[in-house]
Design a protein around this ligand. Sequence first.
Ligand code: ZN
Length: 248
Amino acid sequence: MLRQITMDIMNIENNPHIRTTCPTCSPHAPQSHEVLKRRGGNSGRGDGGSRNSGDLLVRCTECGTTHTITVEPTRTTEIRIIVSKDEDSERYMIELPLDHEVYVEDELLVDDPSADEVHLVEVTSIESNTKRVESEVAGEIETIWARAIDEVTVKITIHDRTRTESERLRVYGDKEFVVGGIEEIGRKRVKITRIKTYRDGFQKYAGDVVLAKDVKRAYGERESEHRIMPHTKENATRGGQDRYRRRR
Ligand SMILES: [Zn+2]
């Protein structure tokens, strides 16, 4: 997810698009336009100052009409955002347009200037007027609470014949966990049997897919040794091939 979004940011910078009305094909409803040229304002990369202001020469992506629009500078606000990451939490500031509506479960990008990184986070709670709310415009928000979802720790409970153990897996938030799928955890091969999610309870049918950021806990069974080595005679005579076919 993070890689995807980073790419999108780069695309916006290299080949920016903007939604605005088109005098030819869409005079009343905003429509996607390619930005061809900027005049005035700054580079438009949002480095402060008169960010995003000035005249833009744009081309309608529907009908190809080229026209000039004037963009008012975006008024923004800095909001405190507390990002939890495993058991820790970090405090950052996020800059958002004043009228930008923030909802619980929204994904936001948070700059971490100390590490020169950008974190992808999911909003878990919004504080406005000392109350917790489900949504609010940026200008009215005191604090945003969020959890980091770019890299997450997935907890997996592994049943191994008579023992049950717990492992933690550090993965990208967009990594897919599949019920019935095999995860390599250290030297163990673990077949995922159920996944408890943050929002939708248990997923337990083979083929159910949950992204790592949504996994509250995964449950699995350790694949026994003979299935790790499909070439042994023992495996060939114990239905191992069947399992291998299903796994692919
Ligand atoms: Zn048009």
